[in-house]
Design a binder for this molecule. Sequence first.
Ligand SMILES: Nc1ncnc2c1ncn2[C@@H]1O[C@H](COP(=O)(O)OP(=O)(O)O)[C@@H](O)[C@H]1O
Ligand SMILES: [Mg+2]
Length: 271
Amino acid sequence: MTRTLNEIVGRGRTSTVYALDDDTVMKTYPEGTDPGVITAEAEAAELAYRLGVPGVRCLGPAERDGRQGIVFERLDGQSLTAIAEHDLRRFPQVCRVLAGHHVLMHSRIAPTLPDVRDRAVALLETPPLAGLTEAERAALREQLPALPEGDRLLHLDFHPQNIFSHHGGYAIIDWASACRGDAAADVAMSVLLMTEAQLWPGTPPLKRVLYLASRSAMRTRYLHSYCAQTGMTRREIARWMTCARVLRLGILDVAGERAGLLAGIRQGIEE
Ligand SMILES: Nc1ncnc2c1ncn2[C@@H]1O[C@H](COP(=O)(O)OP(=O)(O)O)[C@@H](O)[C@H]1O
Ligand SMILES: [Mg+2]
């Protein structure tokens, strides 16, 4: 395998992904990233693949050109977002794929991953949640562990830019925030991502309007399809929204989302 990083094939909010050769890429992280975070993502990606969730093979953590990262099999297709954008007639299919793959993922159990409720409670002590008062944090320390227990494989960043067409099927990527728990936690997170997450910085105004409208239509279809396939109720999803906001703020902390997420978390604190 080549030792050098070649062209950039993609970027996330935190990562840059380079081609190594025709078949492999390396996802790299900003300097100073805790190596434990990188190892945990690689292990979660390997676990999901072993459990038969459609994805790309993970070849493990690696170092190239002095950069730390993870080597993955290279995707050969486009994201669900790009597929819908290039051919609007495929929009209904994209929504079905999104829901269907989430249902499939949630049929897998992942007892070795961290419990989503513990993850959220731990995030309360991190700088992005420092905007809450100690009393608010104390209330959440009681409230979050009382959410339903579960043992399902959860992705927690499951949105149409993390699912790609690949080898005639689809692949779910980006397992950095994977946990175990109640499937409704992951659905709540996807709803939040398709409602309150900021669009990519620098999106031109006209595209913003179109994206927001299509994202809202996608969320409606996704939810309808997911609930129809599983029997999950809107109420089961709604009870996880506060936890989802804590996770989003604690894991990514996008400056433009902070005030709205904190307000939502405050509203969700039970008397
Ligand atoms: N295995 C891969 N093959 C080709 N491109 C990839 C692969 N994994 C990620 N990418 C590209 O890099 C982008 C960011 O990767 P992702 O894992 O989603 O990172 P982030 O956690 O920063 O969102 C993706 O949107 C995609 O364009
Ligand atoms: Mg991503």
